[in-house]
Structures are given as structure tokens and as C-alpha cells.
Design a binder for this molecule. Structure first.
Ligand code: HMG
Length: 424
């Protein structure tokens, strides 16, 4: 069904939910759950973690109409930061007009490692282990038969001597799971045979979050005409975005902020789908440093002849659609409903595309109006709320604040006090 999303942001939460229900984008059960605002019962929270006292809520938003590999997604975002949802929605709209995102899932396997030490003859140990490769992979699979039954399992192993260590790596097809328990169980099961084969000791056996066997690439091509109606301004914007992308390759101070902007979107969707955002962040930041210095994860290249701006980003995306807290948190079930129950590869493609979109919006704002114009317009609402504004006062205080020279809580409080005096 074709849905007109224009003005979605101007509706109130109940109207937005009603629209999703009417358009058949959200099942009744999940509509009721989100509408009741009781998304995580304390009893469930108490099962998910330890020493639980309460739950901490965050805004649960929607970025509509994200076109990835020819399919439109309604994307749930969990974030507290003003303008992240607005920026992603804005980018989704422009990139959709230009044909959307195309993605490539290079592989989907997780890597784990066993750090062996005090191995007297590393070369000999490597040879002996590789001779037993088939048996070791079988032993790993026997330790976790359910993943083999689902079509996954241990796929490869290799070794690398590094200083005091001989490091053993195992790569596992984890199917729809993130696979931490799976990998750790398999690794612990083959630690003893490895010690026997090498005569060495084992320091630890653990999954690696540097998920280089789960790389995903997202690409988009944006026609200059979608950057600005003014031809010269569009050209300038494309050139400046290319330069901004270069800056993030040469300066780690800029690269960290550039990548933070990417994670504004990625974390919001990773959180909404109940995935482990620490794992995703750790893997991606390690990947950003793979050439020896920390760099921007995305690149933007201007093609003046075709009048197109090309965006591209590759990063590890070890996410799951099953396991962990995914089946426990009812709001996460609503997210999967909104997304159309994607498989792990499809979700990973969407997440990387969201990161690239978020980066596009941030760079476009940075090299044109500056970040304050859009971001602060929305930040003003937060300051108005913190100052104690209620109902219609919120918009009034926010609007006065955006034209003031000092943009802070004290100014918001002064504006609110003046407003209330005038109303008396
Ligand atoms: P604009 O051109 O003023 O937007 O940009 P507009 O009012 O013309 O609206 C265009 C569309 O944007 C709307 O279409 C919505 O889709 C969306 P409509 O629905 O009206 O047909 N939109 C909104 N959606 C939801 N709520 C809203 C809203 N406003 C617009 N309130 C915009 C305004 C904020 C989009 C733009 O200025 C922008 O993208 N700025 C970038 C903001 C940003 O990146 N914020 C993240 C926080 S800053 C940060 O942490 C990262 C950073 O440091 C990273 C880096 O340095 O690389 C910047």
C-alpha cells in the first residue's frame, strides 16, 4: 500500500499510532502495547537483568519510508537526542527520491578466539592443529548441536602467532542469533584438545566483537538536483560533502565525531531491535582503525559529470533476530512487526543504510547551514521542557529561545517567567 508520510512529524503520538494501525503497518496487539505505554513490565525487566529496581524509558520514534534494496521500511528509533529522528527522516526522503540504498552482505559468521601461551614450537603446533582441522570443527559442532540442526555451525579455523601468544580463531555460522553463547560454548569445548595438541596453556576462550566475517556494505547515489534546486548550490554542496568525507579520513578528531553521527542512527535502531549496541559499536570502531589510524567509516564522492553524489559505508554488523533479550522485551516484538519481521541479513543491511543516511543528513547540515540551525531548533524544545514549560508554553518558549544569543537553560527559564508574567 502506498502511504503518504508528509506531515507525519506534525501529528501527536496517538495520531501517529492510529495511522500505522489504519495502514496495516502495526498489528493490533503491538498497537495496544505501544498505546498503553507499558512496554516493559517490571516482572520481565527483573528477568532480563539483576538487582532490578525499575525501568528507564526512552522515546520510541518512527522514521518512515526507508528504501533499501527496493523495499520500504518503517524504522523504529530509540533515542533521547533531539534532531536524530528528524535528520534520518529527512535523509530517508531525499535518498528514496534518488533510488534508495543498495546493500551487500559479504558474509555472516562470528569469530571467536582461544589465546594459547607457553607453546614451545608455534610452527609445529600450527601444523598439528591444521592436520586435525576436520575433527576440531566436528568437536565444536558437537558442543552445540542445535545450531547445526538449524543449518549453521563451525565453518573454519586458523591460527596466528602474536608475541607471547599463539591465537586460535574459529569462525561460526550463527544463523539468526548473534552467537555469543554458541561461540563461547564451542571454544571452551575445544580448549582441552588444543592444549593437548600444542603442549601449551590456554589464557582465555571468548567470542570476538571484531566481527570481520559479518561485513555489510550500503551504497546510495544521490542526484545533485535532490541536494538543492539551485544548480550552483547543489554543486557546491556535493563538493563540500566530498571534502567533509576526506576530512574524516585524515583527522581522528573529526573521524570520531563523523562516526558518532553515524551511530546516532545505528544505535537507535539496534536498541529498538533489542540488539547489543556495545558489541556493534566495539566492532565498528575497531574496523574504523583497521589501517592503523582511526578513520571515518563512510565515504562520499562527487561525480560532477553525472551530477551525482555517491555514498558508501562498510562495517561489521553482527546483529540477531533471535536470542538475548529479543524474545523477552515486548517493545522489541513491536519493532520487528513494524519492520516486517526481517531476517538477520536483511536487518543488518537496513542498519548500515540507516547509519549512512544519518551521516548524509549531518554532513549536509554541517557544510551548509551549520548544525545549530536544525539541531538547536529541536534542542530548544528540550530546554523549554527542562525549564518547566507545559502545553502550549513549550512551543512558545522554544521559538523565543531560537532567536536569542544565549541558548541555555537559564535563558529558557527567563523566557518562561516573562511569558507567565504577560499571561497574568
Ligand atoms: P529542514 O530542511 O529544516 O527540514 O531540516 P524541513 O522542515 O524542510 O523538513 C524536511 C523533512 O525532514 C520533513 O518532511 C521530515 O521528514 C523531516 P515532512 O514530514 O515535513 O514532509 N523533519 C522532521 N521529522 C520529524 N520531526 C521533525 C522534523 N523536521 C524535519 N521535527 C533537519 C531540518 C533537522 C532535518 C536538518 O537540519 C538536519 O538534518 N540536520 C542534521 C541534524 C543532526 O544530524 N542531528 C544529530 C545530532 S548532532 C550530532 O550528534 C552529530 C554530528 O556531530 C555528527 C557529525 O558531526 O558528523 C552532527
Amino acid at each position: 500500500m502506498k502511504v503518504n508520510w508528509t506531515g507525519f512529524s506534525k501529528k501527536n503520538p496517538a495520531e501517529r499510532l492510529q495511522m500505522l494501525k489504519e495502514k496495516g503497518l502495526l498489528q493490533d496487539e503491538h498497537w495496544q502495547l505501544l498505546d498503553s505505554q507499558q512496554t516493559l513490565p517490571l516482572e520481565t525487566a527483573n528477568q532480563m537483568s539483576e538487582n532490578v529496581l525499575a525501568t528507564l524509558a526512552l522515546p520510541y520514534s518512527l522514521v518512515p519510508d526507508f528504501l533499501v534494496d527496493g523495499k520500504s521500511y518503517q524504522v523504529p528509533f530509540v533515542t533521547e537526542e533531539p534532531s536524530v529522528v528528524a535528520a534520518a527522516s529527512f535523509a530517508a526522503k531525499i535518498i528514496k527520491r534518488s533510488g534508495g540504498f543498495e546493500t551487500e552482505v559479504h558474509k555472516r559468521q562470528m569469530i571467536g578466539q582461544i589465546a594459547l601461551y607457553q607453546v614451545d614450537n608455534a610452527d609445529r603446533a600450527i601444523k598439528d592443529i591444521l592436520m586435525k582441522k576436520k575433527e576440531l570443527l566436528e568437536q565444536a559442532n558437537q558442543a552445540y548441536p542445535s545450531i547445526v540442526a538449524r543449518g549453521g555451525g563451525a565453518r573454519d579455523l586458523w591460527l596466528e602467532p602474536k608475541e607471547d601468544f599463539l591465537i586460535f580463531y574459529l569462525s561460526v555460522d550463527t544463523q539468526e542469533a548473534m552467537g555469543a553463547n554458541m561461540l563461547n560454548t564451542m571454544l571452551e569445548a575445544i580448549t582441552l584438545p588444543l592444549k593437548d595438541l600444542t603442549g601449551g596453556k590456554s589464557l582465555m576462550a571468548i567470542l570476538s566483537n571484531y566481527a570481520t566475517d559479518s561485513l555489510v556494505t550500503a551504497r546510495c547515489v544521490i542526484g545533485y538536483r535532490f541536494l538543492s534546486r539551485d544548480t550552483a548550490e547543489a554543486e557546491l554542496l556535493a563538493d563540500k560533502m566530498q571534502l567533509a568525507s576526506k576530512l574524516a579520513q585524515v583527522d581522528p578528531y573529526r573521524a570520531a565525531t563523523h562516526n558518532k553521527g553515524i551511530f546516532n542512527g545505528i544505535d537507535a535502531l539496534v536498541l529498538a531491535t533489542g540488539n547489543d549496541w556495545r558489541a556493534v559499536e566495539a566492532g565498528a570502531h575497531a574496523y574504523a582503525s583497521r589501517e592503523g589510524s582511526y578513520r571515518g567509516l563512510s565515504t562520499w564522492t562527487a561525480d560532477p559529470d553525472k551530477r551525482q553524489l555517491h555514498g558508501q559505508m562498510t562495517l561489521p554488523m553482527p546483529i540477531a533476530t533471535k536470542g538475548g533479550s529479543i524474545g523477552l522485551n515486548p517493545a522489541v516484538a513491536a519493532s520487528f512487526d513494524l519492520l516486517g519481521q526481517p531476517q538477520a541479513k536483511e536487518l543488518a543491511s537496513l542498519i548500515v543504510s540507516v547509519g549512512l543516511a544519518q551521516n548524509f543528513a549531518a554532513l549536509k547540515a554541517l557544510v551548509s547551514t551549520g548544525i545549530q540551525a536544525g539541531h538547536m531548533k529541536l534542542q530548544a524544545k528540550s530546554l523549554a521542557l527542562q525549564a518547566g514549560a507545559q502545553g502550549e508554553e513549550i512551543a512558545a518558549v522554544a521559538s523565543c529561545l531560537t532567536v536569542k544569543k544565549t541558548f541555555n537553560l537559564a535563558t529558557a527559564q527567563e523566557i518562561l517567567a516573562d511569558l507567565r508574567k504577560q499571561d497574568k
